[in-house]
Design a protein around this ligand. Structure first.
Ligand code: F6P
Length: 518
């Protein structure tokens, strides 16, 4: 890619001016259907000029060529000189090496199921090797399953203690998921789990360990048997590894059908992304609205509001996807991007979120863009609960969109019996600005297919935004830097010599923490 800065593209001035002028309350219904999902963009700024300028920006960024590189397995991750070909993992007829690995994994699952082995699964991994599995297990494994599953991600020993507590070591499978097989948290936690098996006199502890990694040779060094090492490839970014053999834990603890359903929903979204006209392309349009919100209107955060308690892990999952991918401020040439890039992403399922921070969304001076996500149908037997959930979702959104003028609030106060003077004062507190940017994504129901499509929708949206800003969404040098410093400080805390110097505060705390008898 040879980007000029986004602001020097010919279409930028028109795009930026049109975005500022576009009416947030344009009163037009704007729906896009994509892979079974309905995306309602009626709550975003819109005008025909803005829409056209967005398409022009994409053309000036050679978007279709860049999309072809991504989906064709070309070098999309240029700072690490590799592809970002997670879409290949979900193709029904994938390349032979992917098909062969899928078959090996399925054979392991079939054998384990037939033998009714592994009452407990302990999944050890972090970031992309963890959140996607937590997300799917919470979404589909919330009713009783015969296998229990625990997750250990954090280096905090309390997480290890909680993860292993009360399990039967003789019938526990330890799944170690790490693309690099170098992540300190994962390796340390895996060592504790193996010690736990050994301490319980398990006959051959390593026979109860599975490794899923892009570095099988590293897992081998641990003594994990070949037949229990499942690989994925360097061209799968860590935050996309949900689509790889890392899904073993979901297959064993919920079902293989869940994994298959998610893959096919994501593949359907890939197809939509590849073939739908850009004006009706869900990830593309979401990305353009994100660009308006962040880079023109200066809205610094994106709130995710899934109205579905089963999607409690969707927020951290998408936080990693969005913030690890778009938390960059230089473009692929190393030049500073002249506009704000990836927003802060945060959120919580509704209706809990309404009683936590929605006040801020409604009436703070900043506000955020909000993505509401809801399923049309529920999988429980209490229709009135689902109606309330749907009503709350629509109501919050309407309040943000429509707002309430001071005059309306004044009338409301009068009708409630307040004296005019008090009504005038109260009305100021009850005014809602309105016109707050939001999208609504409706899933027919929370099936594996639709969750797969939803995740792929966000993946592709993130990619399009990176193309527009001219940044590489597939590296994470900031995280790597922190990892290196943590390794050095750990060594110092263990009294190993270290040539590094620190700032006075870090030096002070290293000395304080060293003095503690751990
Ligand atoms: O958080 C940084 C990161 O490199 C993520 O991209 C990745 O998901 C996570 O660490 C875990 O990495 P690995 O799968 O290599 O253990």
């Amino acid at each position: 890619m040879k980007p000029s800065s986004i602001t020097s593209l010919p279409a930028w001035p028109t795009f930026s001016a049109a975005a500022q002028q576009a009416d947030p309350l344009h009163n037009e219904l704007r729906l896009i259907d994509a892979a079974g999902l309905t995306l309602d963009l009626s709550g975003q700024r819109y005008s025909p000029e803005l829409a056209q300028a967005g398409l022009d920006l994409l053309e000036q960024r050679q978007f279709t060529e860049q999309r072809a590189t991504l989906l064709g397995g070309g070098i999309a991750n240029i700072t690490e000189n590799r592809a970002a070909w997670h879409s290949m993992l979900r193709q029904p007829a994938a390349i032979p090496e992917v098909m062969a690995e899928r078959e090996r994994l399925n054979a392991f699952i079939r054998e384990s199921d037939l033998a009714r082995r592994w009452r407990h699964i302990v999944h050890i991994g972090i970031g992309g090797s963890d959140w996607g599995i937590r997300l799917t297990v919470a979404a589909f494994g919330y009713t009783k399953q015969w296998r229990s599953v625990r997750f250990i991600a954090n280096i905090d020993g309390h997480a290890v203690k909680a993860g292993l507590a009360d399990l039967n070591p003789h019938d526990t499978l330890i799944v170690v998921a790490s693309k690099s097989f170098t992540t300190a948290e994962t390796l340390k936690n895996a060592s504790r789990a193996i010690e736990w098996l050994t301490a319980a006199n398990v006959r051959n502890p390593l026979e109860q360990v599975v490794a899923i990694t892009a570095r099988p040779e590293q897992a081998k060094k641990w003594g994990i048997p070949d037949k229990q090492i499942f690989k994925f490839w360097d061209w799968v970014g860590g935050r996309f590894s949900l689509w790889s053999s890392v899904s073993l834990t979901t297959a064993l603890s919920v079902s293989s059908d869940v994994v298959a359903g998610m893959l096919s929903g994501a593949a359907a979204m890939d197809k939509h992304f590849e073939t739908a006209p850009l004006a009706l392309n869900a990830p593309v349009q979401m990305a353009l609205h994100g660009l308006v919100n962040r880079s023109v209107l200066g809205i610094s955060s994106l709130n995710l509001a899934p109205y579905d308690s089963r999607l409690m892990h969707l927020v951290p999952y998408l936080q990693q996807l969005e913030m690890e991918s778009l938390g960059k401020s230089v473009d692929v040439c190393g030049e500073a991007v002249p506009v704000p890039t990836g927003p802060v992403v945060w959120g919580m399922p509704g209706t809990d979120a309404q009683h936590t921070f929605f006040q801020w969304l409604h009436q703070s001076s900043d506000g955020a863009a909000v993505d509401f996500i809801v399923c049309q149908e529920a999988e429980h037997q209490w229709p009135s609960h689902h109606q309330s959930l749907l009503a709350n979702c629509l109501a919050q959104r309407e309040a943000m969109l429509r707002g309430k003028t001071e005059a309306q609030a004044y009338e409301e106060c009068l009708s409630q019996g307040h004296e005019p003077e008090q009504a005038r004062w109260l009305a100021k507190h009850r005014t809602h600005q309105g016109g707050r940017a939001n999208s609504l994504i409706v899933l027919p129901r929370l099936s594996p297919y639709h969750l797969g499509a939803l995740i792929a929708l966000y993946e592709h949206k993130v990619f399009v935004q990176a193309v527009l800003w001219g940044i590489n969404p597939f590296d994470q040098w900031g995280v790597e830097y922190g990892k290196i410093l943590a390794t050095d400080i750990t060594n110092e805390l263990q009294n190993q010599p270290c040539a590094k110097t620190h700032d006075p505060s870090t030096t002070y705390w290293i000395e304080q923490f060293k003095a503690r008898d751990l």
